[in-house]
Write a protein that binds this ligand. Structure first.
Ligand code: BG6
Length: 518
C-alpha cells in the first residue's frame, strides 16, 4: 500500500482550529439537557470550542429539562466533558467554563415554565453580558418540538429583546433529528416552525455535515482539477454508500421501534452524503448556494421502485467476539417487531451528470463492523492488452476505485492497477492512501463543534433547509408506506455481526455487481 505524505506545519494546523470569525456573546439554551446527547456530545463540543478560543468571553450554557437537577447538572457536565471530550480534569479553562453552566427545571408544556426561563436568561444577560442573544437547542424527544416552538413564540422568546444601547440581538434554534417521520409530518413541523421563526433563524442539524470527512468531499471534488473531469456517467460505473454500525439500538427500543434504519439514518445522514457526492459545484460556500445545489440532486432522484429496496432485521449473532441478542429480544422491542434495522436501496439520479449510474445505499445496525464509506467505482478500461496466452483476461484486473472513508480510519484511497515485479505480466490492484491521522494528526472533533459554532455565527451552509428535508422525505415516504402495508415474513433475516440480509447482495447481483468488501 502506497501512502501519501502530507506535511502541514503545526502553525497551519493550529490556525485551522481557530475560526476567523468570532460569535457574539450569547446563551446556549439546551432543551432536553438531561439526555445523553448533552453530556456526551454537546458540552464536550462547546468546551473544545472554548479551548480553541472560538467562544466569546461572554458566554453561558443553560440546561433545561423536567427533573430537578439544579445541583448536579454542572458537575455532571464537567464529567461528560472529561470523559466524552477527552479533556484533562486539570485543564485551566475547565472550571471557569463549568461555572458558566446553569440549569432550569420545567415541563415543556407548562406555560409558566417559559416565564421563569425568560427571567433566568435575562438575569444571565445582566450578570454575564450575553446581550439577549439566544441559541435554543432542541435535544428533546421529537414529540416536544411543537410545544416548545409554540410556547417560545407565545412568550415572545422567538424575537430578540433589544437592549437599550447595544446592537440588535438574535435568536436562533437548532432542531435535532428526526425532523418529522414522513413527508406530511415534516411539512406540518416546518409550518409550525416557520409560523414562529423565520427560516434564517432555523438550523436543522444533521451531525454528519459537521464531520471533517464529509466537508472534505467538496474540497476533494472541487479543489482538485483532476477529479471533477471524471466525476460523471462517462467514467463512473456506479456509486456505493455504506453506513454500517456494529452497535445495536443501545437501549433506545421505544425510539427505534418507531424509527427503523430508513428514517434513522438513510433519510438524513446518507442522503446528505449523497448530495455532497453528486451535486454540481456551487458558486460559493454560502448557505443559499450550497443548499440549492443539494436540493437539485434530491429532486432529480427518480421515485424509488419497490423492487430496488431491501429491508432487514438482525437476529442473534456474534459481534466483536461476543454473543448478542437479536433485535426482537432487545429491551422494549415488540417480539414480532416489523421494524427494519437494515435498509438498502438502489437509486438513480436522472440528470446529465448521473443518468444511468446506479447508486447503491446500505445502512444497518449490528453489522460486521463500524464503517461509513463512499465508493466511487470507475468503468473498466478496454482490456485487449491484458490477456494471457490462452486469450483469457489476466487475473487481478480491477477497475479504479476512489473510496472515501468517512469513519473510522478517516481517509481517501485511490485504487489502481500495477504490474507485479517480475519477467511475466501479472497485475495487482494497489492503493494510494491518504489518511487523516497521519497527515493532520488525530482530531477530537465530533461534528457538533463546527455546527454549534456555525449556528452561533448564523451560517446555515451545513444545515438542512426545509426544502431539503421535505425532498428527502418525499423520496422515502412511498417506500415506508409500501413497507408498512407489506409486512415481512422472514424477519429476522440477518445474523448480528454480518453484512445484512442476502437480499442486499441480490440487489447488486441483479446488476452483475457486488458490494465492495469493507
Ligand atoms: C444517529 C442515529 O443520528 O446517528 C443513531 O440516531 C446512529 O442510531 C448515529 O447510531 C450514528 O452516528 P455516527 O456519528 O456514530 O455515525
Amino acid at each position: 500500500m502506497a501512502t501519501t505524505q502530507v506535511s502541514v506545519s503545526p502553525e497551519v494546523l493550529k490556525a485551522s482550529q481557530h475560526s476567523e470569525r468570532s460569535p457574539d456573546p450569547c446563551i446556549v439554551v439546551i432543551f432536553g439537557a438531561s439526555g445523553d446527547l448533552t453530556k456526551r456530545k454537546l458540552l464536550p463540543a462547546l468546551f473544545h470550542l472554548e479551548q480553541a478560543g472560538n467562544l466569546p468571553p461572554n458566554f453561558a450554557v443553560v440546561g433545561v429539562a423536567r427533573r430537578p437537577l439544579e445541583q448536579s447538572f454542572a458537575p455532571d457536565m464537567k464529567e461528560g466533558i472529561e470523559a466524552g471530550g477527552g479533556v484533562d480534569a486539570g485543564d485551566p479553562k475547565l472550571d471557569p467554563f463549568v461555572s458558566r453552566i446553569s440549569y432550569y427545571s420545567m415541563n415543556f408544556d407548562d406555560t409558566n415554565g417559559y416565564d421563569g426561563l425568560k427571567q433566568h436568561l435575562a438575569q444571565i444577560d445582566q450578570q454575564q453580558g450575553t446581550r439577549g442573544n439566544r441559541l435554543f437547542y432542541f435535544a428533546t424527544a421529537p414529540e416536544y418540538f411543537s410545544d416548545i416552538i409554540r410556547f417560545l413564540g407565545d412568550h415572545g422568546m422567538n424575537r430578540p429583546q433589544p437592549e437599550k444601547d447595544g446592537p440588535a440581538p438574535w435568536v436562533r434554534v437548532i432542531i435535532e433529528k428526526p425532523f418529522g417521520h414522513d413527508l406530511e409530518s415534516a411539512r406540518a413541523l416546518n409550518d409550525e416552525v416557520n409560523k414562529v421563526f423565520n427560516e434564517d433563524q432555523v438550523f436543522r442539524i444533521d451531525h454528519y455535515l459537521g464531520k471533517e470527512t464529509v466537508q472534505n468531499i467538496l474540497v476533494f471534488r472541487f479543489a482538485n482539477g483532476i477529479f471533477e473531469n471524471v466525476w460523471n456517467r462517462n467514467y463512473i460505473d456506479h456509486i456505493e454508500i455504506t453506513a454500517a454500525e456494529s452497535i445495536g439500538i443501545e437501549g433506545r427500543g421505544p425510539f427505534y421501534e418507531k424509527a427503523g434504519a430508513l428514517r434513522d439514518v438513510v433519510q438524513n445522514h446518507v442522503m446528505q452524503l449523497l448530495s455532497f457526492v453528486a451535486m454540481e459545484p456551487p458558486i460559493s460556500f454560502a448557505a443559499q448556494a450550497v443548499r440549492s445545489e443539494k436540493l437539485k440532486v434530491f429532486r432529480a432522484i427518480r421515485p424509488i421502485h419497490f423492487a430496488d429496496t431491501v429491508r432487514g432485521q438482525y437476529g442473534p449473532g456474534v459481534v466483536d467476539g461476543k454473543p448478542v441478542p437479536g433485535y426482537r429480544e432487545e429491551d422494549r422491542v415488540h417480539p414480532r417487531s416489523q421494524t427494519e434495522t437494515f435498509a438498502a436501496l438502489r437509486l438513480e439520479i436522472e440528470n446529465w451528470r448521473w443518468a444511468g449510474v446506479p447508486i447503491y445505499i446500505r445502512a444497518g445496525k449490528r453489522m460486521a463492523k463500524r464503517v461509513t464509506e463512499i465508493t466511487i467505482q470507475f468503468k473498466q478500461p478496454p482490456l485487449m492488452l491484458f490477456k494471457d496466452t490462452e486469450g483469457k483476461y489476466l487475473e487481478g484486473m480491477k477497475s479504479n476505485v476512489i473510496s472515501m472513508r468517512i469513519q473510522p480510519d478517516e481517509g481517501i484511497a485511490l485504487r489502481f492497477e500495477a504490474k507485479v515485479p517480475g519477467p511475466s505480466m501479472h497485475l495487482s490492484p494497489v492503493d494510494m492512501d491518504f489518511c487523516y491521522s497521519s497527515a493532520f494528526g488525530v482530531s477530537s472533533a465530533n461534528g457538533y463543534e463546527r455546527l454549534l459554532l456555525d449556528a452561533m455565527l448564523g451560517d446555515g451552509t451545513l444545515f438542512a433547509h426545509r426544502d431539503d428535508v421535505e425532498a428527502t422525505w418525499a423520496l422515502m415516504t412511498p417506500v415506508l408506506e409500501y413497507w408498512a402495508k407489506n409486512p415481512v415474513k422472514d424477519f429476522p433475516n440477518y445474523a448480528a455481526g454480518t453484512w445484512g440480509p442476502s437480499a442486499a447482495d441480490a440487489l447488486m447481483e441483479m446488476d452483475n455487481r457486488k458490494w465492495r468488501k469493507l
